[in-house]
Design a protein around this ligand. Structure first.
Ligand code: DLZ
Length: 294
């Protein structure tokens, strides 16, 4: 519901008003709609972002107008030049501070802009030292599976491998807090049948995610590429069409030995990894939906 925030400050003279506006525009403020009604005038100086900060407990260590910038040293040098052009050089040193480290991982300098008659305007320019400051926080999934419901589709073909993948998936789900009653296992003849069963399960809407497991071995499988492509496409399409995350745990290997390595011997257990991906995707989906309904 809030659209923006405007700080209104009085400047002592028309001359100071114009000079200050020019300085701030030259530093990068955008000129907004101003006004002039004969008795006074205003200029709107727009910044991309604004926020209102309320504090309590101790007096603020910073001026009440704080301007966050990308390149503090360049801004300091521009303000310095402007000060030298508008103030006596002997005054500039006392009015313009140097950039200094703050206790909140930033650098800041202050400048006091006075016309001699009033206290003037004190501005603080600052830049965060944290490279991630201001970057949007990413939505990331948690790895807690408590309260999530999963279906695991596993192929019986190459059961020596797929049973290990299944064990890996169950291990990941249980260790992440999924309840036994929330996991349904469906066995299908081979990898070819996995997409169809996955889709049927997804369409029931009884599950938060589907974990697909299988193992295709090139040396033993005629039309290996054709089967693999169709299995991958079918699982992907079921995921797209139903909106239910499908984790892909179908191995495609050159040899049985390679398959064994990926089923828990040397190269991790792809069933475990698929289950973890499923948990993360359910969590991400929930977070995105929660953001959306705010
Ligand atoms: C037929 C077959 C072959 C040759 N190879 C594999 C394999 O390596 N992995 C697998 O999961 N399934 C294989 N299949 C079985 C097919 O996936 C399918 O189950 C049958 O063709 C019946 O439709």
């Amino acid at each position: 519901m809030i659209k923006g925030i405007t700080l209104v400050r009085e400047v002592a003279s028309a001359d100071a008003h114009d000079k200050l506006s020019q300085l701030l525009l030259s530093l990068g403020f955008e000129q907004g709609k101003g006004w002039d009604d004969g008795t006074g005038r205003g200029v709107a100086l727009l910044a991309p972002l604004g926020n209102l900060e309320l504090i309590t407990g101790r007096p603020p260590a910073v001026p009440s107008i704080l301007i966050e910038v990308f390149n503090l040293d360049a801004i300091h040098s521009a303000v310095h030049q402007w000060m030298l052009a508008n103030y006596r050089s002997e005054d500039v040193a006392s009015l313009l501070g140097s950039p200094e480290l703050t206790h909140w991982n930033s650098r800041l300098f202050t400048v006091k802009l006075t016309d001699g008659n009033t206290d003037g305007l004190v501005l603080g320019f600052w830049q965060s030292e944290n490279p991630l400051h201001g970057k949007p926080a990413a939505i990331e999934g948690d790895l807690s599976a408590a309260g999530m419901r999963f279906a695991i589709v596993t192929a019986r073909w190459n059961a020596v491998i797929t049973d290990r993948l299944l064990q890996g998936s169950l291990d990941a789900l249980h260790r992440s807090g999924a309840a036994k009653a929330d996991i349904e296992i469906v066995r299908v003849p081979g990898a070819w049948e996995v997409p169809s069963a996955a889709r049927t399960l997804a369409e029931t809407k009884r599950f938060d995610a589907i974990i697909t497991l299988g193992c295709l071995i090139r040396g033993e499988t005629a039309h290996y590429e054709a089967i693999y492509n169709e299995v991958a496409r079918g699982i992907g399409q079921s995921q797209q069409d139903t909106g239910i995350p499908h984790a892909f745990g179908v191995l495609t290997c050159e040899t049985l030995e390679q398959a064994l390595d990926r089923a828990g011997i040397k190269a991790g257990n792809k069933g475990f990894e698929a289950a973890i991906a499923a948990i993360e995707m359910v969590s991400i989906q929930r977070k995105i939906k929660a953001e959306d309904s705010k």
